[in-house]
Design a binder for this molecule. Sequence first.
Ligand code: SF4
Ligand code: SF4
Ligand code: FES
Length: 233
Amino acid sequence: MILNIMRSGEQVSYKVSTKEATLLQLLSEIKTTQDATLSFASGCRSSVCGSCAMRVNGKEVLACAYKPQSGDLVEPLRNVPVIRDLVVDMEKALSFNKVAQSWAVSAAKLPAITPEDASVNEVQSDCILCGACYSACPVYAVNPEFIGPFALTRNWRYVSDKREEDVAGKIAAVQSNGIWDCTLCGECVPVCPQGIAPKSDIDMLRNKSNVLGYMDPKYADFGGGLDFGAPVF
Ligand code: SF4
Ligand code: SF4
Ligand code: FES
């Protein structure tokens, strides 16, 4: 089997013997038997930690879950700086969780919730921060400050939590470079290994924003010059 790996902008081909292996196992084989300088990140080896996300033939995958085909082209995630080979710097991407206020404000006095309440955002709570959706999102080509799919999904996870006391603050936090910058293209949905649909969560945040008096800034000028971000009651 031939595996092609993009290294420093150059495609390098490796012949690997192992069959029925995951991509991560084949990368390890190359590193131990052919080229010790090959760099990639991994942790749990069981689709839990999110550290091994990369692209194969242009689509984001977890290397520890993907079964390669001969001739596959393996590349690092997009929209993030490449440190070396398949290792990327997620610092800026993860910083958008702070911009989106992706935490529970009222944690100290949480009331009890029912299983039904928990099911509302159960899927969103499963995000492993692998960055696959961030890499698939085309908005970063025009706006590097876009808060992005996983941080917006996390924002919705707390906005939709009935225990959250500062819903208005969280909604305000995602108006600029956030929900209205998303094109709803859906590219972030099929790449998520956890079955999360950031596009749908962003749509829910838009609806919630409308209820709280915000509107899409693209249409603000048609309504008599409403300012972007100004609640309209
Ligand atoms: S739906 Fe929105 S967040 Fe998802 S990839 Fe498209 S533009 Fe990015
Ligand atoms: S939403 Fe899915 S694809 Fe995006 S970081 Fe979380 S687990 Fe990964
Ligand atoms: S090594 Fe942890 S998700 Fe792949």
